[in-house]
Structure formats: structure tokens, C-alpha cells
Design a protein. Sequence first.
Length: 131
Amino acid sequence: LAIVVPLAHRHALDLDDAPVCYQGEPFTIPATTWVRVTVRWGNGEMVTGGTGVTGNHVTGVLFLEVLGPRGEMATAEALADTLRDSFSRAQVGAAYFFAPSGPEVLEDMATDRAAKWNRVRVAAPFELVEA
């Protein structure tokens, strides 16, 4: 599977065959383990140098949420671990990722009868540097 991160510069990762839901794009929820990708944009600022404005710095957090059906919590956690490792202190084009947090279990069908999915989230903060 090629998972493409919806930032200004795109980065491909080789993972299992989990379908990926991108923020703002149509998606049909499958019956198998899948990944939801969301970007929460933070503040931006102009960076100045000797001759004026030299670029922009924009911060944000990339949320990678792995969802799996009953009986697939181990699969969801393993995929979340892979995603976390892939974005830990990585540079992707103009985006610099810092230390991600997680995997954090948000819902566990084994312990929460109301849960519709096993949900595990990784949060990867980043700074996007535009020239």
C-alpha cells in the first residue's frame, strides 16, 4: 500500500494493504483494518532575513488513526507502531516531523461494548518550512 500524507509535499510509505481515508476525500469504510489521516494545522509565521521575508513556517499535527474490527486490535496496534516509526524525526519534503506520541488506544472492543471499532492513534507534530 502506498499511503500518501496530505501535506504540501507528499511522502510514500510501504505498509500492509490497509485502505486509507484522507481528510476531505470520499471514502467507503471497509470491513477490515484501515487508516484515517487527518492534519490539524497550527500557527504560521513569516520568517524574515537580511533582505526581507525569506519564507513561512507553519506548524501542525498529523493524526494517523488505525481502525480495526473486532478481534484485530493486535493488527491495529502493529500498524500504528509502523506509522509512528515512519514519522519519528523524519523529513518529508519541506515538512520536519518531531517525536510522535502514541500509539494511544482510543477504543478497545474487548473492554468497551459500545465501541464500533478498535481505534489506535498516533500524533506526529511537524513544522512545514516554505521558502
